[in-house]
Design a binder for this molecule. Structure first.
Ligand code: OSB
Ligand code: MG
Length: 369
């Protein structure tokens, strides 16, 4: 499979509704897309880095720079057998996992098309449908959040996750539980608390949460193990887990009882599969996180979620929750009972809307081997 050329592009997509976390509010996405052109097929990858280096060190601009100056030159013109081989051929660059994932995942997509198999089968999945949950950001008022939850519950989503931070936590949770006593409910703090707030954090225990995601520092697995010891609520790590070694450390330290896997955060499908395998071997349930992806990243998330260890509803939800019009056809849709069906089309299983992507593109460069 010779990579004849690689196209890098940045698209801009306004969100249907703003998305706010403890890091701040996003209203428009600036997304880097990678296309690998090989042997008559185009493989697509999406870089999940945000506009600012808040969730992690990477951003849209650092990803563009690393892809353009280092990763793309190392792959243009190269002969590769598989997406898995792509990880071994990454040049020696520390970090920048989201940039690497965009390229590696594009190669996986191309490989699936060349082999004429669905991507979800190629990565080792075996589910015909995946359980969908939603992540709901911080709103302007508690009432607005309660309305959003009611909408998503009515749409059939199997799990509701709300963002929390100091000042937006117990009070709103009490209202959520009063109105929705039975829903499967999680909270995501995006690293906004510190361990000296342990007494405050223990108050999460009264809301019967499925999990509390990433309450403490992103670079601290050990301190999460101290917190987990103090709490009955299961902790889930997101920002802290960058690879399978971290997953193993977190599991053995009992720093969490659940893991969130994001393709970009761990550097692509190969490492995501390793994190999944480590978790499955230790009977730690995993679920697929989201990064406000366009349809391309979203379709990769659907494929990943078909692996057998993904036993909890993830943050993979319908395209229409984010975009007026998504860049794939069909868009990702969710059945009234809260599942996303997986299809048998070769590759990602969702066609690309070339013209729309062209219209959304603000910069584009093609590199030939
Ligand atoms: O922590 O899961 C997170 C979005 C941006 C950055 C971090 C996170 C999120 C989400 C969004 O929760 C999930 C989604 O894409 O729906
Ligand atoms: Mg998270």
């Amino acid at each position: 499979m010779r990579i004849e050329a690689i196209t890098l592009r940045e698209i801009r997509m306004p969100l249907v509704h703003f998305f706010e976390t403890s890091f701040g509010r996003t209203t428009e996405r600036r997304i880097v897309l990678v296309t690998v052109h090989c042997e008559g097929v185009d493989g697509w990858g999406e870089c999940t880095a945000g506009e600012h280096p808040f969730y992690c060190e990477e951003s849209t601009d650092t990803a563009w720079y690393v892809l353009r100056d280092y990763l793309v030159p190392a792959f243009a013109g190269v002969d590769l057998q598989s997406g898995r081989e792509a990880t071994y051929r990454m040049p020696g660059i520390r970090g920048h996992r989201m940039a690497k994932a965009a390229l590696e995942n594009a190669v996986w997509d191309a490989e699936a098309q060349v082999k004429q198999v669905p991507l979800w089968k190629l990565v080792g999945g075996n589910r015909k449908e995946i359980a969908a949950g939603v992540s709901i950001g911080i709103q302007d008022s508690h009432e607005q959040l309660l309305e959003k939850i009611a909408e998503e519950v009515a749409a059939g989503y199997q799990r509701i996750k709300v963002k929390v931070k100091p000042g937006w936590d117990m009070e709103v949770l009490a209202k959520i539980r009063a109105q929705f006593p039975e829903i499967l409910l999680s909270c995501d703090a995006n690293s906004s608390y510190t361990l000296d707030q342990v007494e405050h954090l223990k108050q999460f225990d009264q809301y019967r949460l499925l999990m509390l995601e990433q309450p403490l520092w992103s670079d601290e697995i050990y301190l999460h193990s101290l917190l987990q010891y103090e709490m009955t609520t299961s902790l889930c790590l997101d920002e802290s887990i960058l690879n399978a070694r971290h997953a193993l450390a977190a599991i053995q330290l009992k720093a969490c009882r659940i893991l969130n896997i994001k393709l970009g955060r761990v550097g692509g499908f190969s490492e995501a599969i390793r994190v999944h395998d480590v978790s499955l071997a230790s009977e730690i349930p995993v679920w697929c996180g989201g990064m406000l992806e366009s349809g391309i990243g979203r379709s990769h998330n659907v494929a990943l979620s078909t692996l057998s260890g993904f036993s909890l509803p993830g943050d993979v939800s319908a395209s229409a929750r984010y975009w007026k019009e998504d860049i794939i056809d069909p868009e990702v849709t969710v059945a009234p009972w809260g599942t996303i069906a997986v299809n048998d089309v070769a590759g990602r299983g969702y066609a690309i809307k070339d013209e729309l992507i062209e219209r959304l593109t603000v910069r584009k460069e093609t590199f030939r081997g």
